[in-house]
Design a protein around this ligand. Sequence first.
Ligand code: TXA
Ligand code: MG
Length: 341
Amino acid sequence: MALTFDTELLDDSTESIEKAAELIKKGELIGMPTETVYGLAANAFSPQAVLKIFKAKNRPADNPLIVHISDMSMISDIAAEIPQLAVSCAKKFWPGPLTMILPKTSKIPEITSGGLPTVGVRMPSHPTALALINAAGVPLAAPSANLSGSPSPTTAEDVMSDMKGRIPAVINGGECEAGVESTVICFTDDAIKILRPGRITKEMLEEVSPEVLIDKGVMAKVENSEPAASPGMKYKHYSPKAEVFMIDGTAEQFRHYIREQDTRDALCIVFDSSDMKGLQIPFITIGSTSEEQAHGLFSALRSADKHGAKVVYARCPSIDGVGLAVYNRLIRAAAFRVITL
Ligand code: TXA
Ligand code: MG
């Protein structure tokens, strides 16, 4: 697309939020901080505004958007039916990084829901996101603010690097706390099904529902010919320009494997600098807890590009708790190339 905007980087003052809200009311897009990743926000009720999101991101039209609210009273205009389990989840996890897939009302345009009869709804906890929704007076449709296929942005600078010229403004709300996108769930009979893992874990959801299922698309590849429970599962995702390999083994096995590779133009993404003991290859550490790894993964993938790496060898994260979200994003960044040692 033509880069027509002189994209403004706004601070998160009340005046800036007002200015951004005015742009939203005029049908424009705003880069918006949330507690998960930055979103690319537009009036969810306006098909013309939402179309701009798909254009700016170069996003496939069948990949639906999440609608963000700031107050429970907004949900009746968005969701046609709210099962009891959804009410319980909202009470426990909102505002926060949980998206619920619910039947949509006719007020939600087809373009927002990617043509589906359902819609994803989330109440973010980031004060700037809540303030922007309030000031705009409408729910905001917002996918992650990256170009389609790239790692999600966790800073305003990341949004700038993908969206400069494509949108009028980005609000700088600092570094995102979680670093991975919200947990996406749907409801089947009396169970909750996780379509995309995130900061709200299976164990946390089990406090609301005895049965929490994980869709098979979370761990495995969904072929384009197969029906996907969530369209986002089908697409190439979170990929830096480098070819990423996920290396499943101990730190010792990892070092042994790396020593045997041609490591010109390679970069390693590891938990801790001790993982690289004795190796002379550039590396990025993302921490040893799943929370730290979630926080640092996308920025590490973006740094790999800035570094000009052609190949990235990443240590395989644990799948416990938030680790499942880290694993789910990394395996997609790696196009399912997992090397088990
Ligand atoms: O944390 C987040 O969720 C961030 C921030 C900005 O809120 N947003 C985000 O949006 O990650 P996006 O568009 O990058 O990812 C939304 C995911 C996609 O995989 C999409 O396919 C899925 O949610 N999704 C949205 N609506 C859906 C629906 N009606 N049915 C099934 N999946 C849906
Ligand atoms: Mg996204």
